[in-house]
Design a binder for this molecule. Structure first.
Ligand SMILES: *Cc1c(COP(=O)(O)O)cnc(C)c1O
Length: 453
């Protein structure tokens, strides 16, 4: 057991430095361009810049585009790049080669796979009209989910005549057994709490109940191991984000995966020319490509893809040092260290730990919930606390809640095992304690919020 598994009491700076000295992934941080003195704890929202990305994008612009021009679709391999990057991401989420594709955004890919999953359930019902007592036309999801997932799900349900139903995380297993549920859509790691769903258990329960699963891996891919193809408990559909722990850069394309047993059985709704079986035949009628290639819609964003490719390659530099298992072990050690170092001060100021304390249930972030107004909490504005930390060069983020205990305001600290250190976790915890103290003493006024928090 590495020494970092033993941190429980508030660690000292020396403890943290010792953990960093023993870190098998320590050299990875050198492959990122992070401003001197900055403690970046927002890699779960926008991953840091891999040095290789700047070089690769420069080459793609100057040589491939500038000199090669349209010849680069073949000569520089542009036409293959989306599949190549997909193949590099695949092992991080337990997908096989050729099964996972990079395209579009997470929101758009979610639309495609939800449409395909719901259509598949409807197709089965049409094929066996007498088999089912109840029509399965409910899409089940977790009550508190990232808004885009809910919006897209509601849109697909409206278009196909389904109903969107939600349940709190702890009631999902019971809820998915209802006879009218056809599809379960979940974000593997919750964007607010950082809580991880037990994917294998839920996949198994769904398979037994005759329910298809759609997973959003936005906060998992690159930080939390996932096994989409797990024997006995495979997932059905999945999407994930390119600009978070995969470090693909702002607006990087996302990924999409469909289990090979379904991929040719159903179409996705966005019939673009590049997802055609023979795009360069320029046929007037649509025929979907075989396999995951049918999830392509139009021309891929080559410059963004190139940055994502470098981001994924940089993360895969962890492979010789233990790969995803080592990244996960370090991520847990970082979040555990931060919790232990910050908890006393956080609790003293009325904050509470929203993220699960148990390692198996915690993703790669730590969220502190701010007291709900009128609940006897301090008059402390969480946004001001985060703004003060950012002004000191410690970057996390603030996520507004809805004023209830279920969705309180949160201070969110993401830990990227590829480049964060235990020393940074310790320094961030000290700074949080100091800012809480200072703002509590001075009475923090609610600060003006810019467009992006
Ligand atoms: C980040 C994130 C997204 C991002 O969607 P975009 O289409 O890239 O804006 C979607 N879902 C979840 C759960 C996320 O955390």
């Amino acid at each position: 057991m590495p020494t970092w598994c033993m941190v429980h009491a508030a660690p000292t700076l020396e403890d943290c430095r010792a953990l960093d000295a023993a870190d098998p992934l320590a050299t990875l941080a050198d492959q990122f361009e992070i401003p001197e003195g900055l403690i970046y704890l927002d890699g779960n929202s926008l991953g840091a810049l891999p040095k290789a990305a700047a070089t690769a994008v420069g080459r793609a612009v100057q040589q491939e585009w500038g000199q090669g021009l349209i010849r680069s679709w073949n000569d520089a391999g542009w036409i293959m790049r989306a599949q190549e990057v997909g193949d590099a991401i695949a092992p991080l989420v337990g997908a096989g080669p050729g099964e996972l594709l990079v395209a579009d955004s997470t929101s758009i890919n979610l639309h495609k796979v939800l449409w395909a999953a719901l259509s598949m359930v409807d197709m089965r019902a049409r094929a066996h009209p007498q088999a089912a007592q109840t029509q399965r036309r409910v899409l089940l999801t977790e009550r508190i989910n990232f808004p885009t997932d809910r919006y897209i799900a509601q849109g697909v349900c409206d278009a196909l005549g389904w109903t969107l139903r939600d349940a709190p995380a702890h009631e999902l297993t019971a809820a998915l057994a209802a006879p009218d549920v056809g599809v379960l859509m979940l974000t593997h790691v919750n964007y607010r709490s950082g809580a991880v769903h037990d994917m294998a258990a839920l996949n198994q329960a769904c398979a037994q109940a005759g329910v298809l699963t759609v997973w959003d891996l936005a906060h998992s891919a690159g930080a939390v191991p996932v096994n989409l193809s797990q024997a006995g408990a495979p997932a059905d559909f999945a999407v994930g984000c390119g600009y978070k722990f995969l470090n693909g850069g702002p607006g990087a394309p996302a990924f999409v995966w469909v289990h090979p047993r379904h991929v040719n059985a159903v179409e996705q709704p966005l019939r673009g020319w590049l997802g055609h079986a023979a795009p360069f035949a320029f046929e007037q009628g649509y025929r979907p490509a075989a396999g995951i290639a049918r999830y392509v819609c139009g021309t891929p964003p080559i410059l963004s893809l190139t940055a994502l490719q470098a981001g994924v390659q940089t993360l895969r530099a962890a492979d010789p040092h233990g790969g995803m298992a080592a990244l996960r072990a370090k991520s847990l050690s970082l979040t555990r260290t931060f919790i232990a170092a910050a908890e006393e001060a956080a609790t003293a100021h009325g904050l509470w730990l929203l993220s699960p304390r148990e390692d198996e249930r915690r993703g790669s972030q730590v969220s502190w919930a701010c007291p709900v107004k009128g609940e006897g909490g301090l008059a402390l504005d969480g946004y001001s606390v985060m703004r003060a930390l950012i002004a000191r060069g410690i970057i996390g983020d603030f996520r507004a809640g809805d004023g209830t205990v279920d969705a309180p305001d949160i201070l969110r600290f993401g830990f990227a095992p590829a480049y964060n250190t235990h020393e940074q976790a310790w320094l961030a915890a000290q700074a949080l304690a100091q800012e809480l103290e200072r703002l509590a003493a001075s009475g923090s006024a609610a600060a003006q919020r810019p467009a992006v928090t």
